[in-house]
Ligand binder design. Structure first.
Ligand code: ADP
Ligand code: MG
Length: 583
């Protein structure tokens, strides 16, 4: 075929495809326009998962009657006039593409009235064909009605996900803007059902509660860090609340939600070793940075940004998150369940531990390991959260049940899980040594180990890392490894079991960062290598374990996120013995 310039309708449909991928992208662009117009109240009405109707009405500035036909032209914007402005952008829009794109793939009408004007104006576009504007009675502000989205591109319609998915993407988009702009009142209804209503009073917690429930919202940790050029604020979940994937992590840069794998990685680094491997936190982080330090003109849907000083931003994110988490990872205290229960067992005392304030855990949450709340249930203050992550100096008393060490600290009794503690110690030792090699034990005779194909692929990709960890492996056929050496720590395992330790389930839809893979693998090795419950330790071994734990950087949890110790305060003992505040 000869080269031709595409007819304008085709060119604009191609361009529209980048901006308007699905109904939720229309919702996003229209909300951004309303916010740019200074709206304080935005009403979003959806029917048929956005395919039948998307209507966004605001009480913003309105569009001047004379400019209305221009607003729907491509590359027509009131937000930018020169290329230099691109580095001073303080609005959400600037590309001048949304209205024209949406208008070319739907039947759209815009009704608008500026403050001070006599009447409103309505303009219709049908599949890119613009009609003449007409006068109409209308409140101040703008209302954009989009019907039959993609009616003229059936291929696009076919690519949409189920109505349920498209509806929930719309919910997500609206909620994100609602939390980013808490001083704006948002109302969302889908098929006449109220989905979200915010008060516009500036509180973000109410919106968090609508996203994750009141219980989780209450436990979220607030972050705040202020440097003149960079402000980081937001909410992150404590290490007790996790998800199986990263989808609950969102960053906003200058009020715009962005997808940035490196920012997510910086956040995860802040949680490094504090979460169970394969678990991810919830995080809503707002980064405010001067506009000239960030390029927002990277992506047609404005979903990505580029920082001028990446390193500075990432390190700041990591540090503020780390700081907040370390200040909030208390030693779990004993809850009110410490009680004398003569009937329950022959040991007489039934000591089950709970974390004060924890209402048990279900579904997504992992094992309780600490809580920042210090009030106990039933009026008993039982938890003494330590301000830092460190363990206080402990005096060893002994071992019980061949599983726990008992120690005295400045404020009461500490019970240490020997297996979890040893896992933590080995984990930190391995991590710190991962620059150098870890002692390896060469097998007298190399062993041939057959692996499941997925497991083989994982190991094959990680051979250099595994070598640092003391494994010497060579691929030997399509799914077979030749094992020449294993870490000395795993010396008691046969080679096949040692390899199996490495290839437990990676989450399928996740592609872990190299660093996550590394800690995952190290955590697995440590789990296998650590002393087990049931192993009697000599007094020397006990005190060595304790002092090694004291030297750890994050001594209070094992690499899988379980607590290494629980604390029974003198206060609790006194209450239990009826000396103080007895009930
Ligand atoms: P952009 O937002 O990138 O400028 P759009 O195509 O989204 O491009 O909008 C084009 C122009 O229409 C905007 O620059 C703005 O002047 C005007 N406009 C769009 N929506 C609204 C609105 N809700 N209120 C006031 N003006 C609007
Ligand atoms: Mg816009």
């Amino acid at each position: 075929m000869p080269i031709k310039i595409l007819p304008p309708e085709v060119a604009s449909q191609i361009a529209a495809g980048e901006v308007v991928e699905r109904p939720s992208s229309v919702v996003k662009e229209l909300i951004e326009n309303s916010l740019d117009a200074g709206a304080s109240h935005i009403v979003i009405t959806i029917a048929g998962a956005g395919k039948d109707l998307i209507e966004v009405s605001d009480d913003g500035s309105g569009i001047p009657e004379t400019e209305l036909p221009l607003a729907v032209e491509r590359h027509a914007t009131s937000k930018l006039s020169s290329a230099a402005d691109l580095f001073q952008i303080t609005t959400l829009g600037f590309r001048g593409e949304a209205l024209s794109s949406i208008g070319s793939v739907s039947r759209m009408s815009i009704t608008t009235r500026q403050t001070g004007s006599q009447a409103g104006t309505i303009l219709k576009i049908d599949g890119g064909v613009i009609s003449r504007p007409k006068a109409i009675g209308a409140p101040t502000g703008t209302s954009v009605r989009v019907q039959n989205l993609f009616y003229n591109i059936p291929a696009r319609l076919k690519f949409l996900k189920s109505d349920r998915t498209e509806r929930s993407r719309i919910d997500e988009v609206v909620t994100l803007y609602a939390i980013a702009y808490p001083e704006v009142r948002f109302e969302l209804t889908q098929d006449e059902r109220d989905v979200l209503k915010t008060s516009g009073k500036g509180g973000r917690l109410e919106i968090l509660a609508s996203m994750y429930g009141v219980d989780i919202a209450r436990q979220m940790l607030e972050i705040r860090s202020n440097h003149d050029h960079l402000q980081i604020r937001g909410f992150i979940s404590p290490t007790t609340i996790t998800r199986t994937n990263r989808k609950a992590i969102t960053f906003f840069v200058n009020g715009r939600p962005v997808q940035d794998a490196a920012l997510v990685a910086a956040l995860l680094k802040g949680y490094h070793t504090l979460l169970m491997v394969g678990r991810y936190p919830i995080g809503i982080i707002f980064i405010d940075i001067s506009p000239e330090m960030v390029d927002v003109n990277v992506h047609p849907a404005k979903a990505e940004v580029r920082f001028r000083d990446r390193e500075d931003v990432f390190v700041s994110v990591q540090n503020v998150i780390r700081g907040v988490l370390l200040a909030h990872t208390p030693v779990p205290g004993l809850g009110p369940q410490l009680r004398w229960s003569p009937t329950s067992s022959n040991s007489g005392v039934d000591v089950s531990w709970t974390v004060a304030g924890d209402k048990g855990f279900s579904g997504q949450e992992n094992i309780p390991q600490g809580s920042q709340q210090s009030e106990g249930v039933g009026g008993m203050a039982t938890q003494s959260a330590l301000p830092s992550s460190r363990v206080p100096l402990l005096r060893l008393i002994g071992q019980i049940a061949s599983a726990y060490l008992v120690a005295e600290g400045p404020d009461g009794l500490y019970l240490i899980d020997q297996h979890a503690a040893h896992e933590r110690i080995l984990f930190e030792r391995y991590l710190s040594q991962s620059q150098e090699k870890i002692p390896s034990q060469t097998l007298l005779e190399p062993a041939v180990v057959e692996l499941p194909p997925a497991g083989f692929r994982q190991l094959d990709e990680q051979i250099p890392l595994l070598e640092k960890l003391g494994f010497k492996l060579e691929p030997f056929g399509p799914s077979t490894m030749l094992v020449r050496a294993i870490p000395a720590l795993l010396g008691n395992l046969d080679p096949a079991s040692a390899l199996r330790v490495l290839v437990e389930d990676f989450e399928e839809d996740e592609t872990p960062l190299q660093e996550e893979i590394e800690s995952m693998i190290i955590a697995r090795v440590c789990k296998r290598a650590a002393v087990k419950a049931g192993q009697v330790l000599s007094p020397e071994e006990q005190s060595e374990l304790l002092s090694n734990l004291e030297a750890c950087r994050s001594p209070r949890t094992c690499p899988h996120g379980r607590p290494t110790m629980i604390h029974i305060s003198v206060d609790l003992l006194e209450k239990q013995f009826g000396r103080k505040g007895a009930r």
